[in-house]
Every structure is written in structure tokens, then in C-alpha cells.
Design a protein around this ligand. Structure first.
Ligand SMILES: Cc1cc2nc3c(=O)[nH]c(=O)nc-3n(C[C@H](O)[C@H](O)[C@H](O)COP(=O)(O)OP(=O)(O)OC[C@H]3O[C@@H](n4cnc5c(N)ncnc54)[C@H](O)[C@@H]3O)c2cc1C
Length: 480
């Protein structure tokens, strides 16, 4: 057997987080060797995988972009290919792309206490190969790349047209002049509906229950103004802070005054849609931010409904029929194509099996330390972004912390960092959203604890203080 390749830091995943982690390492720990193992053949993760029409962010790029690389395009709500280009550019200009091994799927990682190193098992097209590393960074995202969540409906074998899932959008699908039913009411459904409506004969958004949908300008005029007066990094940093503070302000407001904020959001939708507004399609049964808010740039969904060839049908699906579907209420939706925008299958740590000295570590039973390490699992970090703000805000902070931790270990001559679980700390679910995909995900995700440093506050400002300035050896994390 060939000797495993050894690096100081092994990063799993070449998406937004993996490339970001590499850039932070290069800057903060230039003496450390690193490699990125990527299961697919491309950089970009989410932003390369999803190819459905209109694919775009629903966060602004000033916070979804890296802190260290200004987002320069005028579009604050960017399309998928532009985000993929931004990630690829980051990798190319820093020569991170030379450190990526494509077609390498990490299937298992075992920590050896004797060697203070990870032994990582990797599948390629033709082989199983091994790597060893001192520190493992799981930047593998949070969902199953193999397939999305796709419920089965009674009678679906009778439906005459194609049923497609946005995660595996067929390039050849032609919806021009056709009737399309989009099942779902999340970010993907609200993106797809106005985009398909440009050429479809009719698009119906079929939702079991409504979501809060809010319109936001796709171009940030304050950012554009700042760009005219200030150098790009300064304009970017200011806009990033503006958006961090505004998002945090609206989130807190929504949590403190849910009824007022709900009424306001519904009133805004009503005024954008006009006469075709039907309250039963836009009045969710939960409070704002009990689930992620759906954002529509420049109100494109509302305009499409107002202009006539988009409608919304609310209710549970009773069955699919040869020519569409029928709701339990009896309402019939005619369709030639059905799009199942029914979400993702959430998985933890890229579906890799984790073990410590040969003993399997059950990720779903571990507690998360500072939202990025697993209790009793040494020298491993995973990157998981915010649910109420842009993913990258937390990813950047996690990577800054990684750099601080590695430097501290070098300075103190220690090799092992581990957060030991305190059995006294009350266990609570990892995420507190009520969305279907979060509820389905909870059994596979690790747990959080009811207090610091095991608690996830979903709060950038608090995390910034803790991760950028807090003590590394805080009484829970021990270095040895
Ligand atoms: C359609 C869609 C829209 C989104 N929009 C937003 C948004 O607007 N704002 C926001 O904050 N978040 C958004 N998200 C969340 C989004 O996933 C994150 O913003 C971000 O892209 C995550 O980056 P990542 O690198 O952590 O994960 P990913 O983008 O998922 O990349 C993970 C990479 O790891 C690789 N990988 C996984 N498992 C393994 C393994 N075992 N071995 C080797 N490689 C592996 C994958 O192939 C992939 O390349 C969106 C998600 C989706 C699906």
C-alpha cells in the first residue's frame, strides 16, 4: 500500500467555505501545508451544483462574499454563475486551485491519539486512497449532494409530464408555452416561479402553507454610492457592516414584535400584488423568522402574480393526476411539467464516518462547541453558517478562529485541541427553525447546549467578540 500523503490541514470541500478556509490559512498560517479534497470535479459547491433557471442568492453579496475579497458587481443579489465565478476567482488569484484534489470523496476519518493525527479514507473513481493530517476542516456544506428531498405523491405514476427536482435540473427541459406547477414555497420556489413565467404559458406555485416573502432591491444604491467615493475595500467593508447591522436589527425587531412585523410584511406583499392578492396565500401560520424569510429581488414574484400568468394554490396535495394535480380542497391545478421544489436532504460532515481511536463518534449525539467543533472529537472543525444571516459571516469567523487556534497550539507546543463535554449542560436541538427541512434534519445534526460555549446564538456581533477576541483556552477547550 502506498504511504498516505500528509498535510498539516486537510480541508474537505471546495465550496464557498472550503476555498475561504484555505485563503484564511494561507494568510494566517503561511507555514502550514494544506490540501482540499473535493468529491466533485468543480469548485463552487452549491453555486456550481444548482443549475435551475434563475438560481441566485437570497442574501446580499456584501455579507455572502468573503470579508477579505470585495464583491464588486452592482448586483447585490447575485445569480449562481456570478457567485461561482467569484469563488473560482478567489481560488485562482491565490493559487488555492493548485491545492485541490478533485474527484476525492472523503468517506471516513479516524483520529489517532498515539500519532495526534487524522487518518482519512477517500474514494476516487478508481481507488480508495488515504491521507493523514494534523487538523481536519469539514467544509462539506449541509446537504446531500446525491439527491434532494423528494416526497412521493399518490397517483404520480399517472402524471403524463416530467417531474423534476431543482437539485438535478435537466438541461434539456423546455417549458416554453407549457403549464408548470412548482410545488413548494421556499427560496427555490419563489426564485423559479417568476423566472419560468417569462416563457411558460402559466405557472402555479402550489404550497401546503404560505411563507413570509419580502421584496428587496437587487442593487444596493448606498453601496454603489460608496463605491464612487471610496476605494473598493473600504466601500465593501462599510456596506458589509451596514448590512450586518440592518439584518440584525430587522431580525431582533421581528422576534420582539412578531405581530407587527408579520402585518407589515403581508401589507407590503398586498400593495405589490394589488388586486390579485389573496390573503390566504400570503398569511403564514408561524411568526417571522420561525423559518428563514424568503427574499424576492425587486419584487419579481409579486410582479409576475400581478401581471397575470402566475397564480398561487394553497393546500395539501391529494394526488397527482394525468394532467396535473388535485388539492385536498378539490382544487385542480393543470400542468404539463411539475417541479418538486421540496427541498434538501440535510446531512452532517459530508456523510463521512468519524471515529476516535477506532471508536465510532456519533455526530448526531455530539454537542457543538462554539458552533464549529464536536465535543470529544480532537482537532476537527466543521463550517456551518448562520440561519438568520449570510452563511459566510460565520464561515469567515470560524476560519479566523481556526488560524488563532493553530497559532496558539504552535506557540504553546501543543498538538491536540479538544472540547470536553460537560454532562451538566442541558441538550437542545441544533437549530430552532420550524421549517420542514430543519425538522427532518434534527436527528442527523449534532446538538447544541443551553449555555456558553455550547450555545449557538446565531448572532454575528456576539460571535465576533468570542471568536476573534475570546480566550482560546476557555476552560472547556483544552490543549495538550
Ligand atoms: C439553492 C441554494 C441557495 C442558497 N442561498 C443562500 C444565500 O443566499 N445565502 C446564504 O447565506 N446561504 C445560502 N445557501 C446556503 C449555501 O449552501 C451556503 O451559502 C454556502 O454556499 C455553503 O458553502 P459551503 O462551501 O459550506 O458548502 P457547499 O456549497 O455545499 O460546498 C460543499 C462542498 O463540499 C463537497 N463535499 C461534500 N461532502 C464531501 C465529501 N464527503 N468529500 C469531499 N467533498 C465533499 C461538495 O461536493 C461541495 O463542493 C443556499 C443554498 C442553496 C442550496
Amino acid at each position: 500500500m502506498t504511504k498516505p500523503v500528509h498535510v498539516d490541514v486537510l480541508i474537505v470541500g471546495a465550496g464557498l467555505s472550503g476555498i475561504g478556509a484555505a485563503a484564511h490559512l494561507q494568510r494566517g498560517c503561511p507555514d502550514k501545508s494544506f490540501l482540499i479534497l473535493e468529491a466533485r470535479d468543480a469548485i463552487g459547491g452549491t453555486w456550481d451544483l444548482f443549475r435551475y433557471p434563475g438560481i441566485r442568492s437570497d442574501s446580499d453579496m456584501y455579507t455572502l462574499g468573503y470579508a477579505f475579497k470585495p464583491w464588486t458587481s452592482a448586483k447585490a443579489i447575485a445569480d449562481g454563475p456570478a457567485i461561482r465565478d467569484y469563488i473560482c476567482e478567489t481560488a485562482a488569484e491565490r493559487r488555492i486551485d493548485r491545492h485541490i484534489r478533485f474527484g476525492h470523496r472523503v468517506v471516513a476519518a479516524d483520529w489517532s491519539s498515539a500519532e495526534a493525527a487524522w487518518r482519512v479514507e477517500v474514494e476516487t473513481d478508481s481507488d480508495v486512497v488515504h491521507f493523514t493530517c494534523h487538523f481536519l476542516v469539514m467544509a462539506a456544506g449541509y446537504y446531500d449532494y446525491d439527491a434532494g428531498h423528494r416526497p412521493r405523491w399518490s397517483g404520480e405514476e399517472t402524471f403524463k409530464g416530467p417531474i423534476v427536482h431543482p437539485q438535478s435540473w435537466p438541461e434539456s427541459l423546455d417549458w416554453r408555452g407549457k403549464r408548470v406547477a412548482v410545488i413548494g414555497s421556499g427560496a427555490t420556489a419563489v426564485t423559479l416561479v417568476p423566472e419560468l413565467a417569462r416563457e411558460a404559458a402559466r405557472v402555479t406555485m402550489v404550497q401546503r402553507s404560505p411563507s413570509y416573502i419580502v421584496s428587496r432591491p437587487s442593487v444596493d444604491f448606498i453601496a454603489e454610492g460608496l463605491k464612487r467615493w471610496l476605494p473598493s475595500p473600504a466601500a465593501y467593508a462599510l456596506t458589509r457592516w451596514k448590512n450586518v447591522l440592518l439584518t440584525a436589527f430587522f431580525y431582533r425587531l421581528a422576534r420582539r414584535r412578531p405581530d407587527r412585523v408579520a402585518a407589515k410584511l403581508i401589507a407590503l406583499a398586498k400593495s405589490d400584488i394589488g388586486e390579485r392578492f389573496d390573503a390566504s396565500d400570503f398569511t403564514p401560520g408561524y411568526k417571522p423568522w420561525d423559518q428563514r424569510l424568503c427574499l424576492v429581488p425587486d419584487g419579481d414574484l409579486f410582479t409576475a402574480i400581478r401581471d397575470g400568468n402566475v397564480s398561487v394554490a394553497t393546500g395539501s396535495i391529494a394526488q397527482l393526476t394525468p394532467s396535473g394535480l388535485q388539492l385536498e380542497s378539490g382544487e385542480i391545478v393543470e400542468a404539463d411539467i411539475i417541479v418538486a421544489a421540496t427541498g434538501l436532504k440535510v446531512v452532517a460532515v459530508g456523510k463521512a464516518r468519524i471515529s476516535v481511536d477506532g471508536e465510532p463518534a456519533d455526530v448526531s449525539q455530539a454537542m457543538v462547541y462554539k458552533g464549529m467543533m464536536l465535543s470529544d472529537v480532537p482537532n476537527m472543525m466543521f463550517i456551518f453558517g448562520y440561519t438568520n444571516a449570510s452563511w459566510t459571516l460565520k464561515a469567515d469567523l470560524s476560519c479566523e478562529y481556526l488560524v488563532r487556534l493553530l497559532r496558539r497550539m504552535d506557540a504553546s507546543g501543543t498538538r491536540v485541541a479538544v472540547a470536553r463535554r460537560d454532562p451538566e449542560v442541558e441538550v437542545i436541538p441544533f437549530l430552532d427553525f420550524t421549517s420542514g427541512y430543519v425538522k427532518r434534519a434534527l436527528p442527523v445534526l449534532p446538538k447544541q447546549g443551553a449555555r456558553r460555549p455550547w450555545r449557538l446564538y446565531q448572532n454575528y456581533l456576539l460571535d465576533l467578540l468570542t471568536l476573534r477576541f475570546g480566550k482560546i483556552e476557555d476552560g472547556t477547550l483544552s490543549l495538550s
